[in-house]
Design a protein. Structure first.
Length: 276
């Protein structure tokens, strides 16, 4: 592992890119967060607590990563041996990400249940979310026992298992929702799955670099953006529900108004709109 430590660009470069990229995604989350509170929605307290919880975690983790970068490049400037040390924000990343992703995945699973009415799908998604959460906690616990970057290869089986479970959980959310009612959930869940896959690939194959942190650091912010995009897009989704599901050229062009059975084909019940 000496080659890894002799090239600071392979250690500090990805850390810098990952920290800056994370700060950028955090800025987007702040805008989404501000938009959510400005809308003054009538969401239950549990959802508002979830939004506040994810924002608190994002703020904490972003500040911790900036602190870590400061120590590496300013406090320990020109101290090459120190680059081998693993600081606590690095090891805390899996657990902070898990504390963000697990409740958000449960929220998305609940949204799916609201429309699918399937308890089996709901509890299956909950089990997947809890499984990836337990593996995320395991990764952080083991990471705290590893004092230097050179030994981080010992984490590969645990990180791979964690990210595979996260991809399965996010992918299941994507695959189980084919209605445009929660199209934004599909798109953002797939985005989170993409970051998990890239983190898995870079951590496993590029062991002499820190390139995996480019995807690992902002992963929690990706999940937060998933949550806030779903909450903030409900108005547009309600408006979309007012439009016919089937193309207009397929509708009856007769002068008379559509009968109740016809309306049932292309209009949603008001109770369905309220579930948004």
């Amino acid at each position: 592992m000496k080659q890894h430590l002799d090239d600071p660009s392979l250690v500090l470069g990805p850390l810098l890119i990952g920290t800056v990229f994370n700060a950028f995604i955090y800025g987007i989350c702040v805008l989404q967060f501000s938009s959510y509170w400005e809308n003054k929605s009538n969401d239950p307290s549990i959802i508002k607590l979830l939004v506040g919880w994810t924002f608190l975690l994002d703020t904490f983790h972003t500040c911790a990563l900036i602190y870590m970068l400061w120590v590496y490049v300013i406090v320990e400037y020109n101290n090459s041996p120190f680059l081998a040390m693993v600081l606590w924000p690095f090891s805390a990343t899996p657990i902070v990400t898990t504390l963000t992703s697990c409740p958000i995945e449960i929220f998305l699973s609940w949204r799916i249940k609201q429309f699918s009415k399937s308890r089996r799908v709901f509890f299956g998604l909950i089990l997947l979310a809890l499984a990836q959460a337990s593996l995320g906690f395991t990764c952080s616990i083991i990471a705290y026992q590893i004092p230097d970057i050179a030994s981080y290869h010992r984490l590969i089986p645990f990180v791979d298992a964690w990210q595979v479970s996260a991809v399965v959980a996010d992918g299941s959310i994507t695959d189980n929702v084919i209605s445009r009612l929660i199209r934004s959930s599909i798109e953002t869940a797939a985005f989170g799955a993409f970051f998990c896959i890239m983190d898995l690939i870079t951590f496993t194959t590029l062991q002499r670099t820190n390139f995996h942190v480019i995807f690992a650091f902002p992963l929690g912010r990706i999940y937060t953006n998933t949550l806030l995009m779903n909450l903030n897009s409900r108005s547009s989704l309600r408006a979309e529900l007012e439009r016919p599901i089937i193309p207009e050229f397929m509708l009856d062009q007769s002068d008379g108004p559509p009968c109740a059975s016809d309306r049932g084909i292309y209009e949603f019940d008001s109770s369905q709109r309220e579930r948004l």
